[in-house]
Ligand binder design. Structure first.
Ligand SMILES: *Cc1c(COP(=O)(O)O)cnc(C)c1O
Length: 312
């Protein structure tokens, strides 16, 4: 169903600071995989949509916040590969009434560019309160299944076993030898896939974008599918969350804008900007040995910088 991803650019970052520190830094441009099924979300959805098709399900149902990249990617993928999609969106500020009765398309118009885009892809939006959302989280809501027959459920953020399987293919896109691979961590599904396909000499560093993200370490360890990977081949860095999920500081924003002007590469402030800030800070602190090759994964998340016409 998903075409093979080939020739994903591995962009070398040229910088006098990196030269001084003798670090070879590359960025794997997964942000270029697809205009809307962007970055890591392509790999997370790939085997799930194949499984949905195998099970004869014609509707994808998932959850997310009003700015979720997973909602964008699921809406676009449904549109492209022929699934109906339903997005259950968190936030009583969007829709005052709780889930029952379910509100359908047309009764509530989309209120931000992400939700507008999702609707333009044909996604049916259902708004629920934060309280209700918390209860749904991670579970297949039975009462929804009866109301939405023939559906395939994708968990929040899209992380499940099949997502990890898809993300384990990311490492094979890197056609140079490397020592470290770095990735922003939200739920940990992406880095779990990456860790699952490392060689013994390679190390992965995840950068938590959540405040209090220490719990993610065990979550990730549970998701890793390879039994050969050693615990010390993976590290979760929790020092670069900048106040928490989607929080930003002037220092972070100025780093992102400098990075863009020096390397012509756009980062976002929710995920990749925090990771790259962390990588540069670790290099400054001589965390990596001289001569090391570091690959950073550009997981996408650039919706606000792109043009939003779905491909019908
Ligand atoms: C969703 C997302 C992540 C986090 O992926 P997880 O598998 O949830 O850890 C990282 N970067 C971007 C740009 C994302 O959209």
């Amino acid at each position: 169903m998903f075409p093979e991803t080939k020739n994903i650019p591995l962009q070398k970052i040229e910088d006098t600071f990196l030269k001084e520190k003798e670090i070879n830094l590359y960025v794997l441009r997964l942000d270029l995989v697809h205009p809307h099924i962007s970055g890591n979300k392509w790999f997370k959805l790939k085997y799930n949509l194949e499984e949905a098709q195998k099970q004869g399900k014609n509707t994808l149902v998932t959850f997310g916040g009003a700015y979720s990249n997973h909602i964008i990617a699921t809406a676009a993928a449904g549109n492209e590969f022929g699934f109906k999609t339903v997005g259950i969106i968190r936030g009583e500020e969007l829709e005052a009434s709780p889930l029952a009765p379910l509100r359908g398309r047309g009764e509530q118009s989309a209120v931000n560019p992400v939700l507008q885009f999702a609707e333009s892809c044909g996604m049916e939006l259902k708004f629920i309160s934060r309280e209700e959302y918390k209860k749904l989280r991670g579970n297949e809501p039975n009462y929804l299944i009866t109301q939405l027959p023939n559906t395939y459920f994708l968990p929040e953020g899209g992380t499940n076993e099949l997502a990890v399987k898809g993300c384990s293919e990311i490492v094979s896109l890197i056609d140079i030898p490397f020592d470290y691979i770095c990735c922003a961590v939200g739920t940990g599904g992406t880095i779990a896939g990456i860790i699952s396909s490392l060689k013994a000499s390679q190390k992965a560093i995840g950068f938590s974008v959540l405040k209090g993200g220490e719990f993610l370490k065990t979550e990730i360890e549970k998701l890793v599918t390879s039994s050969v990977v050693e615990k010390q081949q993976f590290e979760l860095n929790t020092n670069y969350h900048f106040g928490g999920y989607a929080k930003q500081t002037a220092e972070l924003l100025s780093f992102i804008s400098d990075f863009k002007s020096h390397h012509n590469l756009q980062l976002d402030f929710v995920y990749t900007g925090k990771m790259m800030f962390g990588i540069f800070d670790l290099i400054k602190k001589n965390y990596f040995e001289k001569g090391a090759t570091v690959v950073a994964i550009h997981t996408g998340g650039l919706f606000q910088f792109a043009n939003h016409q779905p491909s019908h």
